[in-house]
Design a protein around this ligand. Structure first.
Ligand SMILES: [Zn+2]
Length: 415
């Protein structure tokens, strides 16, 4: 395992932005007309250019939803992205550290079939390739735009995304949390449990959660996939809900589930007793899955009916190679530009953990502003554990793990 951290390199403590307007990506922010002086470390520019070129070559060979672009414009486009602050300066303007570990799973191999180990063993790519990619992806964090729909960390390509189309690249994007609003609704129920499981459905829980999300500055959202099987929507957090729940009470997976949940929440916030209660609720939800987990088509219609752009349409294969946990408030990963530049070969599952903290606090705050610590803790544990449980259904755990943390890590973790 290698740990890299540049937290020490920044003398100024990070200022945690309180609202999107406070977020400064550099000297001028990401306005289309802006030009800023940027310092690109030697070699960086050509590395990214090579990645962009590679992506363009890939796209010239792919049809159906994926664009064919002109490789001769790669340098020009790259320069524009740099000037916008999308590449090459975000982590110097807003000091963060990036911790890298070469393996997400620590104790066992997970049930998911997507495997970085298998691809490395087959000679498709090397550890060094992934390390280089971590460097690139860590520069593709942008502000999460208030009012934008919540996104899922599903790492696949956004259908018809065009990296040469500015309006498309700079469109407002919301934070990434597993299965978006649907996943938050499942997690909330897992945390709270139910008096009578026969009387509740995911559909009702989604309706309530959507109201809450709109109050907290983002629009409800999730995604579908153009190749989803009949009866499925293409989001692992929903389609594999039964398996995800089973992972939460599978003894063989419990060590990894506990240690990853503890590592994300932090030692001081983690409670073993809360995890035990959560496991009990997962067993109960599993037992009532036939009535609680409303069919996917109805959920898709529900979100669509609520807001036009609430469902992204993803396309192509899942090549997850990196799992990132992002602790930097009000920032998110530009999955689409990253995939466009790199040809989808080493995709990134990014979880904006800061968003879960915000929802946990909001859910646990009563009308007079008092926060119920127990309720907050329950949701947070459920949200993180269900995320890990979903990842266990998707990948085998051999992916790289990346933590993106502000200098003032403790403040960000307990917001
Ligand atoms: Zn999803």
């Amino acid at each position: 395992m290698t740990i890299e951290s540049d937290r020490q390199a920044h003398a100024t403590p990070a200022e945690v932005p309180l609202n999107p307007g406070d977020f400064d990506m550099g000297t001028s922010g990401p306005a289309l007309h802006s030009t800023v002086d940027i310092v690109v470390p030697s070699g960086r520019s050509s590395t990214v250019a090579a990645a962009l070129m590679k992506g363009l070559e890939v796209y010239s060979n792919v049809s159906g939803g994926l664009v064919t672009a002109d490789p001769t414009r790669a340098e020009e486009i790259l320069g524009v992205y740099e000037n916008l602050g999308l590449i090459g300066q975000t982590d110097t303007a807003y000091p963060v550290g990036v911790n890298v570990s070469q393996r997400l799973a620590q104790h066992t191999t997970w049930p998911g079939t997507i495997s970085l180990d298998a691809r490395i063993a087959a000679g498709e790519l090397s550890h060094e390739d992934v390390v280089a990619r971590v460097e690139l992806m860590s520069r593709l964090y942008v502000p999460a735009s208030e009012g934008a729909p919540i996104r899922c960390p599903d790492p696949r390509f956004l259908k018809n995304f065009n990296g040469f189309d500015f309006a498309h690249v700079m469109r407002p994007i919301g934070p990434q949390v597993i299965a978006g609003t649907l996943g938050a609704a499942i997690a909330r129920r897992l945390g709270e449990g139910a008096e009578n499981w026969d009387n509740i459905t995911l559909r009702d829980d989604v309706e309530e959660l959507s109201d809450i999300e709109e109050r907290t500055g983002y629009k409800p959202g999730d995604h579908i996939h153009e190749d989803a099987k009949a009866g499925e929507m293409g989001c692992k957090g929903v389609d594999s809900a039964r398996q995800n729940l089973a992972n939460l009470h599978d003894v063989a997976l419990s060590e990894d589930l506990n240690s990853l949940t503890r590592s994300i929440i932090g030692q001081s916030g983690y409670h073993g007793r809360t995890m035990s209660l959560l496991r009990g609720h997962a067993i109960e939800m599993s037992a009532h899955a036939d009535t609680y987990l409303t069919d996917q088509a109805a959920l898709v219609e529900q979100l669509k009916g609520r807001y036009d752009n609430s469902l992204e349409v993803l396309a192509g294969p899942n090549n997850a190679a990196i799992v990132a946990i992002n602790y930097v408030p009000r920032t998110t990963f530009h999955r689409d530009l990253y995939n466009y530049m790199t040809g989808n070969d080493m995709q990134v599952v990014n979880y904006d953990y800061w968003r879960s903290i915000g929802v946990a606090t909001d859910l646990a705050t009563n009308r007079s502003g008092q926060v119920d610590g127990e309720a907050r803790r329950s949701f947070l544990h459920a949200r993180v554990a269900y995320t890990v449980g979903t990842l266990m259904s998707m990948i085998d755990g051999s992916q790289f793990a990346v933590e993106r943390v502000p200098n003032d890590f403790h403040t960000a973790r307990s917001l």
